[in-house]
Structure formats: C-alpha cells, structure tokens
Design a protein around this ligand. Sequence first.
Ligand SMILES: C[S@@+](CC[C@H](N)C(=O)[O-])C[C@H]1O[C@@H](n2cnc3c(N)ncnc32)[C@H](O)[C@@H]1O
Ligand code: SF4
Length: 362
Amino acid sequence: MIEHAYIHIPFCLRKCNYCAFVSGFNIENKTKYLKSLLFEIRKKYKGEKLKTLYIGGGTPSLLEAYEIKKIIECFNFQENCEITLEVNPETVKNEKFKLIKKTGINRISLGVQTFNNNILKIIGRNHSEKDILNAVDIIKNCGFNNISIDLIYGLPTQTLEIFTTDINKALNLDIQHVSTYGLKIEENSYFGKNPPENLPNDEMQAEMFNYLCNKLKENSFLHYEISNFAKAGFESKHNCSYWLNKNYYGFGLNASGYENKTRYRNFASFEQYINNPLEKEEETTLSLQEILEEEIFLGLRLNQGINVAKINQKFNIDFEKKYYSTIKKYTDLGLLEINNNCCRLTEKGFLLSNEIMCEFID
Ligand SMILES: C[S@@+](CC[C@H](N)C(=O)[O-])C[C@H]1O[C@@H](n2cnc3c(N)ncnc32)[C@H](O)[C@@H]1O
Ligand code: SF4
C-alpha cells in the first residue's frame, strides 16, 4: 500500500548558481508538461488514500492555483494528510496564495537560503531579504500555519556572524520548521563550473552547524533529522516517510519513486518525459541486503535512529553482532550510541554522518 507521493515541477524563473536539480525550465512549457504529468498520474496512481503529497521542484509556486488544484484532485487523501508546496519568495502574491490555500495545500516550504542581500546576489537568487519577509507575511495572512524555510550554510563570503544573523532572522519569522543544508558544490551547477571564492572552511562550517543546533534547540525546535528542525508536531511527515524507507510514488520529470522493493526514476530529459511519461529511465529491484543497508543509511539520519529490534526481526539478523566493529569504533568515539533498542548518531556524529554511514555498507 502506497501512502506518499512526490510530484516534480521543473520550472524556475532562473537557475540558481549552486543548483544542480533537474529544474530551471522555462514556464512557457508548462501546458505540455502538465498534460504529460496528469496522464502519468492517472495511469499509475492506484487510488490509495495518501498520508502525504509533496509538490516540489523547481518552483511549483510558478503554477496557477487552478493548475495546482487539478493535480491535487487526482488523489484521495486520509484525514489530516500533509500536502506541501515548495515556494520561491518571488512568486508569493496575496491573491494567488489565497486561492492556493483553497486547493488543499496545508504546508509551505519556502526557499530562503540566506537573508543577506549580497550573498543572495552571489548565489544567483533574484529576491531580497525584504521579499522574504513580505512572502512570509502573505503566506501567514492567507491562513497557512505550517511553514518551513530552507537555509544554506557555508555560502561564499558567509561568516559565522552573517550566519548567526540568518538564524536569528529565521527565528523572528515565528515559523514551525527549518531545513538547513551545507552548501554542496555540484559538478552540474554554475558553481561547479565556476568555483566561487571565499568559501568558509570546514572548521567554520562545523561552527555554523553547532551554532544552528544550539540556537534552534534553545528556541524549542526539535533536531529530528540531520538537516531538519521542527516545533513539536510539525516534523515533515513526507520527508519522514523517505527516512523510514516507506513506499512512495514519484511523478514528473526525473522524479524517483519506491514501490514493491523497486526504486525507479523517470526520464531527466524534458522531451523524453513529455513523449513517454510512463517510461522509466532507471529501475532497480533491491536485494534484501540492499534494503537493509538503505534502512540503516536512512534511519541514521533521524534523531530517533534505527529501531534495532525491528531491524533484527525484519531482516532476521543480530544487528549489534553483524556490525560489531563499526558500532564499537563509533560509540568509543562518542559519535554513535545504542540505548533502549535504538542505534543513533550523536549530535557530533551528525557532522560526520556520511563517513559513519558508509561503514555500514558491505
Ligand atoms: C529543490 S530546492 C527547491 C526550493 C525552491 N525551488 C527555491 O529555491 O526557492 C530545495 C532546497 O535544496 C537546497 N539546495 C539545493 N541545491 C543545494 C546545494 N548545492 N547545496 C546545498 N543546498 C542546496 C536549497 O536550500 C533549496 O531550497
Ligand atoms: S534552488 Fe530552487 S529556484 Fe533555484 S534553480 Fe534550484 S530549484 Fe530552481
């Protein structure tokens, strides 16, 4: 039974310098895109009542409210379902968001990145701090009470002082959720081809991460996943479904899905997707060992960690015995802990998560 769905809307007003997502397509192509997208949904979706729907991108808030409504109307939902729309501050207008509120969208994820106007320019964002504040006001006034923002740390010219200002400004917004990512220089981005100068070093990035964790905790945010913080009850149900390795549909250009032990990805080429929205570019059925490794990898991202008893039962293993040397190495270093049947990274371990997770892979 599938209770989660992701929908990809690949249009953006312009491409940001750090971004390597399959995004940035011209909105002029939306009519033919939506036709293929709706065709794909109607053919593949089996009518289950969804717990979560996530409309991401790209910049899905470039769509008109009636187009968003048309997408949402394809699905059945459980009571208290979470329906998220990714939003870029430049696209937030009062009349439009009043209509978007009526479509059933009940969670907004706003791409802020930083409040610093100089850095916003360097990273190729077309909005200012004022636009962000204005966008949050409009979103709230339109009746949304589950709002998340994305921030990035480790940006060019960003100092600890600038980052602490970002966090304090984020807290002043009085919102429910914050996602914070360390800048990754992606090969297929503008920055990948034109490496930026004045990047904060690793030590500075670690200081930023520590500040972030402490400050958000002081302000009653739960650090429930490596990059995610939420007020109690506002953890992203959709993203938790990924980390708990649940099945989900992926619809749209380059969208990934996980159904029946099979991971798949749609075409990344716009033309190929438009012409064959039902065909997959990649499809892999996972072995039991691969599922176990994914479950460990994803579970360690969560503050609650991995439920050892459940893993033992599901995969018929003795987790602590199978991974004895890795567990010992990192618990001795204070980066991992096991108690009450949960194996989890410590806050210090979160900073080295990739390195630690890789040691659980055969
Ligand atoms: C798919 S984007 C969608 C957000 C929306 N399109 C916007 O930019 O306003 C999701 C988030 O991923 C983060 N992100 C994208 N590329 C990144 C990179 N190279 N390094 C760190 N974070 C990145 C940004 O915080 C971004 O808001
Ligand atoms: S960060 Fe968001 S707005 Fe910028 S190019 Fe990527 S998807 Fe588009």
